[in-house]
Design a protein around this ligand. Structure first.
Ligand code: BTN
Length: 251
């Protein structure tokens, strides 16, 4: 349909007007789908966020996307793919002139509010990945958010940028494929990490780390070559945090 410059991501597109959740659908069909198949919907009635939260996905307001991936890597190497998604989203928005940043490891921020989030789901056995469903949600045209999230959520339009959904989607798929192939074919994380560092919303800043009901105030000093966040903790020791294990709040 569109002039998408990718080798395999988005060669197969499944488009819905409405669906419960593109991630749920993608998981159902993953076994029979080719690598790189994407599922998009204009609306989701049961959109899901991380930690069991709901994800508001109003008709025509955003990009509600799932990518089915079948990489030949060990399951423990899968979490980094979420970071690749974050880097490709932020790169895409910057390509389009939008001043976006990443709140490590996978929230995309514009003007201190969240515009996009990632929900990665893994179908794997002990030493083999059957599929990864990479879910990306981006608020593009949303003007009104529910009361509970109004102070922390925003959209591309709400922040004053007039960019077409299709242009953002195309950019994301192209940027994602490059970084994904670097990692899965060449075990090269460097471009991804460079983007994560250059576009970080938290490097050099104090943040709160929330782990279960523990809350700690720490300072972020680096994202290292593994993609882990390096912090100075409350005892002035250097510590490394692995993505997926923690939740982060600004000061
Ligand atoms: C988060 O930040 O909590 C993750 C949000 C992920 C939302 C996307 S929208 C497309 C895909 N389908 C879902 O049900 N969730 C993801």
């Amino acid at each position: 349909k569109h002039d998408l410059n990718t080798d395999f991501i988005g060669k197969e597109v499944i488009h819905f007007d409405t669906i419960g959740s593109t991630n749920d659908y993608a998981k159902e069909i993953a076994g029979d789908s080719i690598d790189g198949t994407i599922v998009v919907s204009e609306e989701q009635t049961k959109g899901r966020g991380r930690r069991g939260k709901e994800w508001h996905s109003i008709k025509g307001d955003g990009i509600w996307l799932s990518i089915i991936l079948k990489p030949d890597i060990y399951p423990h190497k899968a979490p980094f793919i979420t970071q690749i998604a974050g880097a490709s989203i932020v790169k895409s928005l910057r390509n389009l002139g939008i001043d976006a940043s990443i709140k490590w490891p996978n929230d995309i921020i514009v003007n201190n509010k969240k515009v996009s989030g990632i929900l990665t789901e893994l179908g794997a056995e002990i030493d083999q990945i059957n599929y990864i469903v990479l879910g990306i949600g981006m608020n593009v045209k949303t003007m009104n958010f529910p009361e509970e999230i109004n102070s922390i959520a925003t959209s591309i339009f709400k922040e004053g940028y007039d960019v077409k959904r299709i242009d953002i989607l195309k950019n994301i798929l192209e940027e994602f494929e490059k970084l994904y192939l670097d990692y899965t074919e060449r075990n090269d994380k460097s471009s991804c990490i460079k983007i994560c560092k250059e576009s970080s919303a938290i490097l050099g800043k104090k943040i709160y780390i929330i782990n279960g009901d523990k809350k700690r105030k720490v300072k972020c000093i680096d994202i290292n070559e593994e993609g882990n966040l390096v912090i100075i903790n409350e005892d002035n020791d250097i510590e490394e945090l692995i993505s997926g294990e923690v939740s982060i709040r600004g000061e």
